[in-house]
Design a protein around this ligand. Structure first.
Ligand SMILES: Nc1ncnc2c1ncn2[C@@H]1O[C@H](COP(=O)(O)OP(=O)(O)OP(=O)(O)O)[C@@H](O)[C@H]1O
Ligand SMILES: [Mg+2]
Length: 223
């Protein structure tokens, strides 16, 4: 993986350092909530597209990956528009959809980063995303991954809630959810509606306002 490409793609926690501080704070709070409730699976979703879910998922994953006592698995679960492989610049072709389908093991469709982070990706859109997300094999695969690897956290990069049924099809299998909103494009109404729909299926940990352009200088991210 190229640190330069990652940085260009706004993945700032790969190399650690000052840029990752905000995400390290988020990581620590997330771990506290997850542990206190015995939760493992966190959905990362948003009302509409392009709010920064996949970028945030990767930033959180690398931040979690630097905690020696924590093991993390990040799963690509946007089968219509998978993007983790592209953001990471992976050359290898992985098909996490085949794991959800129950026909291939996770190890064949995930990359490892260090000792305690694995990222499952999907090269190219899956032909029948809705069917796959609703299939009992997807629920079974998530259970099997959790049982076999016993990770501390499973981050699931889901599609947006309002674009298709895909995200809501698996929301009931999640222990908790983070909702990402884009500061200048997501409306309060959309956030409200999304939060209500997600909260009907799982525990909403919080709404993260992303892509804030005008922030106090000492508040963090400068992009
Ligand atoms: N905090 C940020 N500041 C600036 N740009 C950002 C930020 N977060 C994400 N982006 C950029 O916004 C675009 C969309 O990000 P990303 O792909 O992570 O969103 P997404 O919610 O996963 O999209 P999709 O709905 O298509 O899955 C990318 O170009 C990404 O680099
Ligand atoms: Mg995405």
């Amino acid at each position: 993986m190229s640190p330069l490409l990652l940085e260009r793609n706004h993945v700032v926690t790969f190399s650690g350092g000052e840029n990752s501080v905000q995400f390290d704070v988020m990581r620590t709070r997330l771990l506290q909530v997850m542990r206190a409730n015995g939760w493992k699976r966190v959905a990362i979703t948003s009302p509409g597209p392009g709010c920064g879910k996949s970028t945030l998922a990767l930033n959180l994953a690398f931040s979690l990956g630097r905690q020696p006592a924590v093991s993390t698995i990040l799963l690509e679960m946007d089968m219509r528009r998978p993007s983790l492989a592209r953001i990471l610049g992976l050359r290898e072709r992985h098909h996490f959809a085949r794991v959800l389908d129950g026909i291939e093991p996770l190890e064949q469709n995930a990359m490892r980063h260090g000792e305690n982070l694995a990222i499952a990706t999907q090269s190219g859109a899956e032909r029948r995303p809705a069917e796959l997300m609703q299939s009992p094999s997807t629920a079974a695969a998530l259970d099997a991954i959790e049982a076999k690897y016993e990770p501390s956290v499973i981050l699931c990069d889901l599609p947006p809630v309002f674009v298709s049924d895909d995200a809501m099809a698996v929301m009931g299998h999640m222990d908790a959810a983070l909702i990402i909103a884009a500061a200048e494009t997501t409306t309060v109404k959309e956030i409200d509606r999304c939060e209500r729909e997600v909260a009907a299926q799982t525990n909403v940990i919080g709404v993260i306002l992303n892509k804030c352009r005008y922030m106090e200088k000492d508040f963090g991210y400068d992009y």
